[in-house]
Design a protein around this ligand. Structure first.
Ligand code: LMR
Length: 399
């Protein structure tokens, strides 16, 4: 059976981890996979997480299953972080949360759920997007199509083209939207543009699936949730996939959530029963360590503010690194060419570097980024900024 199997290429993002590790260049820089790194190039365990872990060792009494929807305390404390304290959606008990193994696991729950309810639905996805969106839809057997997001000529958000495309989507289809910190571009919609998107969703009765993996990395924890709250409060049905990988630094613990906002409590309970079956047939029960950490932090009067400070520190460091890169490119006459990097939000920048330039950066300088030119802004530091700028200037000048 195995003899005829073809060998597949490495994942466009995760494949870079292995290639980077093998590279012997002492100056190498990893701008590939989306993980936060500090000035020392380390992805630290947050102090709030360390303290929650210490508490868990004394508090945890069992390793028994936690059930298909996960830890109830995790849901209880995560929902207000997403919808806001005093949210009408929560007061009306319209939202059901199913804990998932990471944001990816939550997206897979979403795709399987959609397939289960109506396999004829198409999911409309921004062009460009995180490549795994397509892979997840394919794995779930869901059709997908694209709407434009970035103008390939100017490498800027093309909102008129996006809106015009949304207006053509067949009634009732699903639209995947990045709630903040668009991956890979870093171009987010402003509040007026979100209002216009909401109007199209209402008019065409489209069902939004909000990928919410970077809460806290754009403008702040509350600010980044603005679009999620707008849509949840103004539409009868919304799906959200949240991740705690980035804002809690819990990447390998695989902790995220699928949230279905429904018309009313009775529909929510029916949807919830379906989600239990979807989770059961995927992995039965989610892993418990990540949810226990998040619940411990958010539920603690001491750890919650400490965690908020730590998220803010990560967010502002990334924002500073954006400015620093554009400034660092100034002596090379490239600050205008790359001015958009300072305007984008979140961990990623769609730099505008072309595949051949990306490939030269990798081969000649040991600088790794996704072939599309997406760079992880948290991947460089003040220490190697000059090297990065000189390398970018070199590949741009010899283009
Ligand atoms: C990324 O986009 O780099 C992250 O979301 C990690 C991943 O799983 O691809």
């Amino acid at each position: 059976m195995f003899a005829t199997i073809e060998r597949l290429p490495a994942d466009p993002i995760l494949g870079l981890i292995e290639a980077f590790e093998k590279d012997t260049n002492p100056n190498k820089i990893d701008l590939g996979v989306g993980v936060y790194r500090n000035e020392q190039g380390i992805t630290p365990i947050l102090q709030s997480v360390k303290e929650a872990e210490a508490l868990l060792i004394t508090r945890e009494t069992t390793k028994s299953y936690i059930g298909s929807h996960g830890d109830p305390l995790f849901a209880q404390v995560l929902l207000p972080l997403i919808f806001g304290e005093g949210s009408s959606v929560l007061a009306q008990q319209r939202a059901s949360l199913t804990q998932a193994p990471g944001g990816t696991g939550a997206l897979r729950l979403a795709a399987d759920f959609i397939h289960r309810i109506d396999p004829r639905k198409t999911i409309w996805i921004s062009d460009p997007t995180w490549p795994n969106h397509f892979a997840i839809c394919d794995a779930a057997g869901i059709r997908h199509d694209r709407y434009p997001y970035v103008d390939p000529q100017s490498n800027r958000l093309d909102f008129p083209a996006m809106l015009a495309a949304l207006q053509q989507i067949p009634h009732g289809d699903v639209v995947l939207l990045h709630a903040c910190c668009h991956n890979p571009t870093g171009f987010d919609l402003n509040r007026d543009q979100w209002q216009q998107v909401l109007a199209v969703l209402q008019e065409r009765q489209l069902l939004p699936l909000l990928d919410f993996a970077y809460q806290g990395f754009g403008d702040g924890l509350e600010e980044d949730a603005w679009a999620v709250r707008l849509l949840a409060e103004n539409l009868p049905e919304v799906m959200i996939t949240a991740s705690c990988s980035k804002n809690f630094g819990l990447y390998r613990e695989r902790i995220g959530a699928f949230i279905a906002v429904c018309q009313n409590q009775s529909e929510m309970e029916k949807v919830r029963s379906q989600l239990a079956v979807v989770a059961r047939s995927n992995y039965s029960n989610p892993p418990a360590h990540g949810s226990a950490l998040v619940a411990t932090i958010l539920d603690s009067q001491e750890l919650n503010p400490l965690w908020r400070q730590e998220v803010e520190a990560m967010r502002s460091r990334i924002a500073d690194l954006r400015q620093a890169l554009v400034q660092g490119l100034k002596p090379h006459g490239l600050d205008q060419t790359f001015a958009h990097i300072a305007e984008q939000k979140g961990m990623f920048s769609y730099s505008g570097l072309k595949p051949d330039q990306v490939s030269r950066l990798q081969k000649e300088f040991g600088i790794y980024m996704v072939k599309t030119g997406r760079m992880n802004i948290a991947g460089y530091s003040q220490q190697n900024l000059d090297y990065l700028c000189r390398a970018i200037a070199d590949v741009c000048q010899k283009a």
